[in-house]
Design a binder for this molecule. Structure first.
Ligand code: SF4
Length: 108
């Protein structure tokens, strides 16, 4: 094999490797979005939710809640500004962006 053939072969390998990596990133990222949207919603009757005083509607949070606090601006929340998203305190479930609980900690 000549030096030119060796270099060309190496270039082809690197192109295929780069394409495979890009495809893996795209394919690997899609299920993550789907999973976040598919998480079951935390019910207010859930024992952990009760213990934390979680409410679907932050305005019903009571005296412990500071005005303006809701899940969407809590550091434990990783969803969008509306709808439902994951909360670190409820693994495998999602909370309402407009919800609230006593563990609320403002995003920094
Ligand atoms: S910890 Fe934050 S995001 Fe989770 S339920 Fe409580 S207020 Fe919402």
């Amino acid at each position: 094999m000549s030096q030119d053939n060796h270099i060309e072969s190496r270039r082809r390998f690197l192109k295929v490797a780069a394409g495979t990596t890009a495809a893996a990133v795209v394919i690997g990222g899609l299920p993550r979005f789907a999973r976040a949207a598919d998480l079951p919603h935390v019910a207010e009757s859930d024992p952990t939710a009760k213990a934390l005083g979680y409410v679907e509607d932050a305005s019903k949070g009571g005296a412990k809640r500071k005005a303006g606090d809701d899940c969407a601006n809590c550091q434990f929340y990783s969803g969008g500004p509306s709808g439902y998203g994951p909360c670190q305190l409820f693994p495998g479930k999602s909370v309402n962006a407009k919800g609230w609980c006593v563990s609320h900690a403002a995003k920094k």
